[in-house]
Design a protein around this ligand. Structure first.
Ligand SMILES: Nc1ncnc2c1ncn2[C@@H]1O[C@H](COP(=O)(O)OP(=O)(O)OP(=O)(O)O)[C@@H](O)[C@H]1O
Ligand SMILES: [Mg+2]
Length: 307
């Protein structure tokens, strides 16, 4: 992983304009829990009340616990981490769909979040959904009509474009969602596990499209459990663990280290995995963001080493 001197270089190592700033963001959820530990934390009268009304006590889940990162034009940043590590929460908070309990999120323009569950009207055909999707992204009816052939071409699902979406395979749906999102050429595109179901041909098309978007001064934040996709598609990657940034650096290095950690965990080698996590955390950097009153962000990275 390329090392940066403490406090001297901008994060991301680029002078390109900043598109996304995440400054010390905390997201917490209160969620009901039937675990004995949750019950034990509740006072006796409250426990009696819960029993009386048949409800469960609540616990606090820290989905993001002080995440800072800065994304520049032209970057594709992969986000990796175990299930529940905070990846989707990070994307939702950047998209403005989640309000942080603490911290600040800034984006150069309204980000577009593409998720596996992007709303589609399944009784309508793919083509009709493309039109509706374009209108929903703010295009005029004439712009939507003009964009249609390009989107249909990028989706590349042949005659199925005129079949109802309920008849689509998962991969066909993924292709169409990506094609619709890419049509608006968003400056900030957020993709949450939405490409996984695509085949090799679609993978190539979507990677080309993301490159074009980045070349056009856009940026991409991509969540994927396929470390290979991150390595092939991204210039940089962020490893999240329990809502914190473990590593933020060169995509290949971060994805490789995360994959090795996850593999050890899958083998039941918990001590080894914990060692790898600790080592990665020590090798990582913290991003310090300073915002001035005009909303301009200055940021520096600090090496953690030796902590
Ligand atoms: N709406 C919610 N209410 C309560 N807890 C939530 C909610 N959304 C997420 N969480 C919790 O926040 C944490 C982070 O969830 P998140 O969905 O961001 O993880 P993730 O990294 O995207 O996981 P995955 O790889 O499974 O998609 C988890 O502990 C999850 O249970
Ligand atoms: Mg998720």
């Amino acid at each position: 992983m390329p090392r940066r001197d403490a406090g001297s270089h901008p994060a991301g190592g680029t002078d390109a304009p900043v598109h996304v700033v995440v400054d010390n963001v905390h997201v917490r959820y209160t969620t009901p829990s039937s675990a004995a530990t949750a019950r034990a934390q509740v006072s006796l009268p409250r426990r009696a009340l819960h029993r009386l009304v048949g409800s469960s006590p609540s616990v606090l889940v820290r989905a993001l616990a002080g995440v800072s990162l800065v994304v520049h034009a032209g970057e594709a940043v992969g986000v990796v981490g175990l299930n529940g590590s905070g990846k989707s929460t990070l994307l939702r908070v950047v998209a403005g769909l989640e309000r942080p309990a603490r911290g600040t999120v800034l984006a150069s323009s309204v980000p577009l979040l593409l998720g596996v569950n992007a709303a589609m009207l399944t009784e309508l055909s793919g083509r009709e959904n493309v039109r509706l999707g374009c209108l929903a992204m703010g295009m005029s009816p004439a712009e939507a009509t003009a964009a249609l052939p390009d989107v249909v071409e990028l989706a590349g699902i042949g005659a199925a474009i005129d079949h109802p979406m309920r008849t689509y395979s998962t991969g066909m749906g993924a292709r169409l969602r990506f094609a619709i999102a890419a049509a608006s050429n968003p400056e900030v595109l957020l993709i949450d596990e939405a490409l996984g179901a695509g085949d090799a041909a679609f993978k190539e098309r979507s990677q080309d499209r993301m490159s074009a978007l980045r070349g056009n001064a856009g940026c991409v934040l991509l969540v994927s459990h396929a470390a290979q996709t991150i390595e092939e598609t991204c210039t940089r990657a962020v490893w999240l663990h329990q809502g914190r940034v473990v590593l933020d650096g060169e995509a290949e290095d971060v994805a490789r280290r995360y994959r090795w950690f996850a593999w050890q965990l899958a083998q039941g080698e918990e001590a080894k995995a914990a060692g790898l996590l600790e080592e990665a955390y020590r090798d990582g950097t913290d991003t310090d963001v300073r915002l001035d009153l005009r909303g301009t962000a200055q940021h520096q990275v600090r090496r953690r080493g030796g902590r």
